[in-house]
Write a protein that binds this ligand. Structure first.
Ligand code: ZN
Length: 82
C-alpha cells in the first residue's frame, strides 16, 4: 500500500493494543471530557482480543518510514445499528 501523504511504499504490519476494547467512536463522543469519558456508545470495535493476555491484535496497519506515520484500514468486528 502506498502512503496517502508522500506516496512511498509502506511496510505492512499490525497494531498490538494493551486493552480489550479498542475501537472507533464519532468525534462528538471522542471529545467528551470529565466523567463522561468513561461511557461511549456506538463504539466500532476493531481487532481480535485475547482476554487472557489482555491484548488486542489489529491487522492491516501500514507504516511509512518516510513520514513516520501509521495508516490503518481496519475491519469492524462488532455489529451496531446506526
Ligand atoms: Zn509517507
Amino acid at each position: 500500500m502506498k502512503c496517502p501523504i508522500c506516496d512511498k511504499e509502506m511496510q505492512e504490519g499490525g497494531l498490538i493494543i494493551d486493552g480489550v476494547a479498542p475501537g472507533w467512536i464519532p468525534m462528538e463522543q471522542f471529545q467528551k471530557k470529565g466523567v463522561k469519558r468513561i461511557v461511549h456508545t456506538n463504539l466500532r470495535s476493531i481487532g481480535k482480543t485475547n482476554i487472557l493476555l489482555g491484548q488486542t491484535k489489529v491487522p492491516n496497519a501500514f507504516f511509512c518510514g518516510n513520514c513516520n506515520k501509521i495508516v490503518g484500514v481496519f475491519d469492524i468486528t462488532n455489529n451496531i445499528d446506526d
